[in-house]
Ligand binder design. Structure first.
Ligand SMILES: [Zn+2]
Length: 221
């Protein structure tokens, strides 16, 4: 299928979800770090609570992107599928994948935070310096990168869920990689354009952070 047409809307939606989450977390974090700021002041459950609220924030949008992409794929084929099963897969995928996504975000946040707080002590920075530095970590640049990458992933998975259902009819489909073919196409993805699965790639997009590639499918002959 052509890249689903609501991609930029979904990117904006997911970036908004992340921005809301980040702003809330930054406020909570600054309070929790205390005065003077120290990671020792964080409650042992701090990151678990972050994980719970982050998943709650992200699951509905991930599921909706998956289903929107699945619906787009369905429109390109005359074969019907059991839409309830696709919905079940969407819910299961969003539930499970959100763990991995949030774990990745948490691990990277903790590592960056550790550096920033220790730099604050070593270099005698002010409270405001630390606050500004954390604004970058919890800011829109990161939200946008994560949003683009995760829309790509949810869209691939949604399309693949339709393929899985279609293939239950004894038909086989072949996945083809599509780059957006714009200025952002990178060295990783450029050579994959229009290549079938197994011809230089195995796992579906995204291939890297901010990847906007997508799959299309052909019936195997
Ligand atoms: Zn790509």
């Amino acid at each position: 299928m052509p890249d689903f047409n609501k991609r930029s809307d979904w990117e904006a939606q997911l970036a908004r979800d992340l921005a809301r989450l980040q702003q809330r977390e930054l406020k909570r974090l600054l309070e929790a770090l205390g005065e003077p700021p120290s990671l020792d002041n964080l409650h042992p459950d701090y990151w678990n609570e972050f994980s719970t609220s982050a998943r709650a924030e992200l699951i509905p949008t991930l599921e909706n992107i998956f289903l929107d992409s699945a619906e787009g794929m369905l429109k390109t084929t005359s074969i019907g599928v059991d839409w309830a099963l696709v919905n079940e897969q969407a819910a299961r995928w969003a539930d499970q994948y959100s763990y991995d996504l949030v774990r990745g975000i948490t691990d990277n946040t903790r590592a960056a935070l550790q550096q920033k707080v220790s730099s604050y002590f070593r270099n005698g920075l002010t409270q405001q310096d630390l606050r500004n530095s954390l604004q970058n970590l919890y800011g829109p640049v990161r939200a946008e990168i994560i949003a683009v990458t995760e829309v790509t992933r949810a869209a691939s998975q949604g399309e693949l869920s339709i393929v899985k259902e279609i293939e239950k009819n004894g038909i086989r489909m072949i996945a083809v990689w599509n780059t957006n073919n714009d200025d952002f196409v990178c060295r990783i993805c450029g050579p994959r354009n229009q290549k079938k699965q197994g011809e230089g790639w195995t796992s579906p997009p995204p291939a890297h952070p901010r990847c906007r590639c997508f799959l299309s499918h052909e019936f195997a002959t």
